[in-house]
Design a protein around this ligand. Sequence first.
Ligand SMILES: Cc1ncc(COP(=O)(O)O)c(C=O)c1O
Length: 397
Amino acid sequence: MAHRSGRHFLQIPGPTNVPDRILRAMDRPTIDHRGPEFAALGREVLAGIKTIFRTEQPVVIYPASGTGAWEAAIVNTLSPGDRVLMFETGHFATLWRNLADRFGIRCDFVPGDWRHGVDPDAVEARLSEDREHAIKAVMVVHNETSTGVTSRIPLVRRAIDRAGHPALLLVDTISSLASIDYRHDEWGVDVTVSGSQKGLMLPPGLSFNAVSEKAQAASRANCMPRSYWDWAEMLKPNQAGFFPYTPATNLLYGLREAVAMLHEEGLANVFARHDRHAEATRRAVEAWGLELLALDPSEYSSALTAVLLPDGQDADRLRRIILDRFDLSLGAGLGKVAGTVFRIGHLGDFNDLTLTGTLTGVEMGLELAGVPHRKGGVDAAMRFLQTAAAGQEAATA
Ligand SMILES: Cc1ncc(COP(=O)(O)O)c(C=O)c1O
């Protein structure tokens, strides 16, 4: 491989770029996880992470990838034979459903076109039909990382309430937490699943379950065998800042720094920044004359944008050319949209120039790969960002 100068552009929708400040925070000796110094760190991160989930309820931190936290949500609340309602919003909803299948959970998997989020009316209709309350949980992916579609969780909550149904609400926020507005308590979510490697700007390796009182009660009554993932086993030592097994200590140093950084910027500003970069990206895509995979503007993702190539064009070849020529990694199309879609991640530690650099790489790549498109995508994004910056200047003057 030829020598590469400068920094790699990691613009996949997670793992995201880890800021130097977080790298430095983790670059410390690992301490005794049963000693007093650790207890202070444990208490600080367990309290701090709640402010990101916007919850007063416990957040369990696992040394695991997001898939582990998916499994934890299932084995704590559900048993073989239980019915759940899920929606085929894309690749990750499909993977979560497959995981539930392996535990003998019976999924009512509402088919989807991978271009829309969860339909709240369908939630209400399905739950209203279930008069015996056989459905134990509604399980949805907030931000479908494979499609760039964000489901509207408050509307899903209202649909459950309108149906008067007691099902638990389980939400995957692996690619939305700390990038897109999310409120575990206010939105009445029972289990929120998340991971460290996206909006939290950490390396992969931590994942989370925020758990409501109702979810904890369901867990206590649930006889599904579990050990490593058991919330009760975690929550006991967590009270004193400890973990039941060896925690990922250095990632917790990073988590403490990430929470501090997010609050220094202000969560509302973090979300507004992601909204701005997503809008700039969509303007570039429109100017190129390419198609967004997401069809409903009220469901556009602020964390990533999935772009559909014209018929006969190979998205993986485009990505390969862009990686080889410009050292820029873009997300691949996954599952049903493999080869026809590429994804631009614009989440995490990211600014206007990282975005314009990324879009420049895409625009040059489109030309090199011979993908039919119009010029001017980067210009359109720049005009939008410039106008937004001028507005911010005026507001602070
Ligand atoms: C929405 C969503 N859910 C679940 C996962 C799986 O997480 P992990 O790969 O960390 O196990 C991902 C990974 O990208 C994701 O984006």
